[in-house]
Write a protein that binds this ligand. Structure first.
Ligand SMILES: Cc1ncc(COP(=O)(O)O)c(C=O)c1O
Length: 310
């Protein structure tokens, strides 16, 4: 199945979508992106583009940080994505990657006086972490970038050098994932996921002021915890040593879904197995992202491939 792109205002096979080697974003990381899952429901023969409006709203907000202007509204971006998913011909889970970037082919460090461009790619992407068996983590020797350096809320391409350094260090040291701390040593997040802890029966997650990306899955999990399990989430600063004494711990993200953390810095978390609250949240999450629960209709953008092509 060839991957498809919306590029230069046209739909085309991914193999035809090319950029020049002087493109500003390639040299300076001046771009921001989203990752959106299109979950295929084989019974209903349709995709659920999960919380796509929220993803595009975040991207348009982030374009403002980078002084970029994308000539589409959230609704138009959703419509373009729907057409692209239809054209792709996939009938299985897809991953949608929109990216807005400084497209001028010029040398020079700045955000101003430059052209912007935008594309969307539809491809596939298996879960980024092992959600069934859980993951082993380390705290990274790399610190999470600060809002005064490159705004982490911005999902800005250049930031992912920070994430990549941490991820590869963790992997080379035999771990599945890194947990990054802030400059002053508080828990921030994983290389591409937010983090939650169960501490004394309470659900705790670091606040936006600790340089996290304000994850859409994070928000989904907080709402599911409240609505389905009656558990409020406390957003507060988290010390590194609290990771070691947590009863449960897990990552959340569009790429990673809900990934249980079983060990951090060689210390088992809780019993060293997937915790009860984590497992319950995974179950609710898996059902909700298929788009079948009317209670969460606002989160769904349902696309039947035939209708999208019509
Ligand atoms: C650094 C980082 N943190 C957290 C997340 C989780 O965000 P979301 O749940 O919106 O995918 C992501 C993934 O997008 C990410 O790249």
């Amino acid at each position: 199945m060839p991957d498809y792109a919306f590029f230069h205002k046209q739909f085309m096979p991914l193999s035809e979508a090319k950029i020049g080697i002087l493109t500003h974003a390639l040299h300076y990381g001046t771009a921001c992106f989203e990752g959106i899952r299109g979950n295929w429901d084989s019974e209903q023969e349709r995709f659920c583009l999960f919380r796509i409006q929220d993803h595009y709203k975040r991207m348009l907000d982030n374009c403002r940080i980078l002084r970029m202007d994308i000539p589409y509204s959230t609704d138009e971006l959703c419509q373009l994505t729907k057409e692209l998913v239809g054209k792709s011909g996939y009938q299985k889970d897809v991953y949608i990657r929109p990216l807005a970037y400084k497209s001028s082919e010029t040398v020079g460090i700045r955000l101003h006086n430059m052209e912007d461009d935008f594309f969307i790619v539809v491809t596939t992407f298996p879960s980024y972490l092992d959600t069934e068996n859980g993951v082993r983590c380390c705290t990274s020797s790399w610190r999470r970038v600060d809002d005064t350096m490159i705004p982490p809320r911005g999902k800005i391409c250049g930031i992912y050098v920070n994430s990549s350094l941490a991820k590869t260090e963790a992997w080379e040291n035999g771990f599945d994932e890194a947990i990054l701390l802030t400059q002053d040593g508080h828990v921030s997040e994983g290389s591409g996921e937010n983090i939650f802890l169960v501490l004394g029966g309470e659900l705790v997650t670091p606040p936006s002021s600790d340089n996290i990306l304000m994850g859409i899955t994070r928000d989904t999990v907080m709402k599911l915890a409240k609505n389905e399990l009656g558990i409020d989430t406390i957003e507060r600063r988290v010390d590194r040593s609290e990771l070691y004494i947590a009863e449960e711990c897990f990552f959340t993200g569009t790429a990673a879904n809900i990934a249980p953390i079983l060990e951090i810095d060689h210390r088992p978390i809780g019993t060293g197995e997937i915790g009860k609250i984590t497992a319950k949240l995974q179950k609710f999450f898996a059902a909700v992202i298929l788009g079948r629960n009317p209670k969460y209709a606002d989160w769904y953008y349902l696309v039947s491939p035939k209708a999208a092509m019509a």
